[in-house]
Design a protein around this ligand. Structure first.
Ligand code: F6P
Length: 553
């Protein structure tokens, strides 16, 4: 079925609407409409998303929804869940939602129900988790394996790393608990650091790679095996020290992973959408099986909401439409994500892959050149830390960048009044971004603080903040496995909706191949200086300099 539309009438209406909004500030929109917060915020399952500090009105949202209908968004959502080949350039479904399906309703891919295969993998994950946490998985010397190192990169790293940190870092590894480290970078320093203090006799490596061809992952896996072999001797005895998660079973076995320890991935799950699969094994091992189950259940609840809620009350849809308005409608080329939660420290990095690898494209779904901008750049870091770093730029820099505050309301581990202070800081920043500080207000503040008139006149201009800087505040009740599953699924679906609206396929990543293909010949050139005659002068110069520096040693 062709779901593409060529006549975006609603976008025309949105352009006119933007002109009509003119120079009205966000603060003035509040003054004009007493119902603004009620109309421009949405609650669902104790979540609250507040869009009222964005440069939107109820009319903007209505027009965006009309635009989404014009783009056949409802059909696309149905197609995603039904397992249609929404990943057009690779001719595949994108069925990460099946991985967290809570019942046994059959779901066919190429005529085969995939649910039994998912359950079989979950059973094996559970067994492995129980063995490890129960001390019955032993290594080459017969000692129980107690430490886990996940070797993988991109989607084979960022999701489990985020979740392990969010849910596991506050728990002691003792009492059945397992320490999990993550190694992604081909920089030898990464593996070296991860292995400090680990005993080869008690260390298990999970080699996570959908393709099992990723250079970084294979290099680290080989170095890990050498580290084991040096201490324990080589050969088949090392097999218990490895588990693989991959769709390339043959390559994993050839590497030396025992058959039952190769857990499958499927081509209908994209790497950056895969933490719900066996890629989440590290999560189950670090946090416990029940936590992993809670994560899946949380994500499934968002799936049900996304699939059935009308667009007007659909949380991921509204979040995505505001993103599209900010990037395509208002021309913002960046967005900043600020979780006011230390447990979500890895969220910005995770979202960078999810959003930018999905929607950072110049090619439209049909292969033509994209007509309009792609996703805005995404960056960020935890609050309140960011307030003492880049928030200066957010408030007074010359660019306006929409900010997203993600705020768990209740603390997992309360200490005094700290959580209250944290939440107050998030709300204050959103307020300050919108209202800014006028010259008159700055003068009044300084005068009230007792400064003389001359000092007030000299000092006040430095304190002026332009304000009118948009933000969304996403309040969540607390951070636990279920809520984290909801948060990540919200962002997955939001990314899908954004891709549909922008006109890109969110499930391929062809540009990544370009750099990969060039790295091989350059590695050879760095070793022996040959094979780059056709390269540009800059690259040849850099290679020559690297080689010269090495010879100085
Ligand atoms: O960064 C490109 C990419 O292909 C990601 O999409 C993927 O998550 C990552 O590399 C790792 O790939 P693999 O799991 O096949 O090693």
């Amino acid at each position: 079925m062709n779901r593409e539309t060529t006549m975006p009438h609603a976008w025309q209406a949105l352009s006119e609407h933007r002109r009509a909004l003119g120079g009205r500030t966000i603060a003035s929109l509040f003054a004009e409409d007493a119902q603004r917060f009620a109309q421009l915020s949405l609650t669902w399952d104790y979540w609250l998303a507040d869009f009222s500090k964005q440069r939107v009105t109820p009319e903007t949202i209505a027009l965006l929804i009309a635009h989404a209908r014009e783009r056949n968004l409802e059909d696309w959502i149905a197609a995603l869940f039904a397992g249609e080949k929404v990943n057009l350039s690779e001719g595949r479904p994108a069925l990460h939602t099946a991985l967290r399906q809570q019942n046994e309703t059959p779901l066919a891919v190429a005529g085969t129900d995939i649910i039994p295969a998912i359950r079989a993998v979950q059973t094996r994950m559970r067994e492995l988790t129980a063995q490890l946490r129960g001390g019955t998985r032993v290594g080459a010397t017969g000692r129980p394996l107690r430490n886990v190192v996940n070797i993988g990169i991109g989607g084979s790293d960022l999701g489990p790393r985020l979740v392990c940190d969010a849910l596991g870092a506050s728990r002691a590894p003792g009492a059945g608990g397992i320490e999990v480290g993550f190694v992604s970078n081909v920089d030898p320093e990464h593996l070296t650091r991860a292995l400090v203090g680990l005993d080869p006799a008690t260390t298990l490596f999970i080699v996570t790679s959908k393709t099992f061809t990723t250079v970084e992952t294979l290099a680290n896996a080989h170095s890990a095996r050498e580290w084991l072999a040096k201490a324990l001797g080589g050969g088949a005895a090392l097999a218990p020290h490895f588990v693989a998660v991959t769709s390339n079973t043959e390559a994993a076995r050839a590497f030396g992973v025992a058959g039952r320890d190769v857990l499958p991935m499927w081509d209908w799950v994209g790497g950056r959408y895969s933490l719900w699969s066996a890629v989440g094994l590290a999560i189950a091992m670090r946090c416990g099986w029940e936590q992993f189950v809670g994560l899946l259940a949380g994500a499934a609840s968002v799936d049900a909401h996304f699939r059935s809620a009308p667009l007007e009350q659909n949380l991921p849809v509204l979040l995505a439409l505001v993103d599209v308005w900010n990037s395509r409608g208002l021309g913002h080329t960046q967005r900043v994500i600020v979780p006011y939660a230390q447990a979500l420290a890895h969220l910005p990095a995770y979202l960078q892959q999810l959003v930018l690898e999905s929607n950072g494209k110049t090619v439209a779904r049909d292969g033509s050149a994209l007509d309009g901008s792609a996703a805005a750049a995404l960056w960020g870091g935890t609050g309140s830390d960011g307030q003492h770093a880049y928030f200066q730029w957010l408030h007074q820099g010359t660019q306006t960048v929409p900010v997203e505050f993600i705020v768990p309301v209740r603390a997992a581990h309360p200490l005094g009044d700290q959580q209250n202070t944290l939440v107050a800081n998030a709300l204050a920043q959103a307020q300050a971004l919108m209202n800014g500080l006028s010259l008159d207000a700055a003068r009044a503040r300084l005068a009230a603080a007792g400064m003389d008139a001359a000092t007030v006149a000299a000092q006040a201009p430095y304190r002026v903040c332009p304000g009118d800087r948009p933000s969304t505040t996403l309040l969540m009740p607390e951070l636990n496995a279920r809520r984290l599953g909801q948060l990540l699924a919200l962002y997955e679906h939001r990314t899908f909706v954004e891709g549909i609206m922008l006109g890109v396929n969110s499930f391929d990543q062809w540009a990544v191949e370009l750099g990969k293909a060039l790295a091989g010949p350059l590695a050879a050139a760095l070793r022996d200086g040959t094979g780059i005659d056709g390269a540009d002068a800059s690259t040849r110069g850099l290679v020559a300099h690297v080689r010269a520096l090495r010879q100085q040693r």
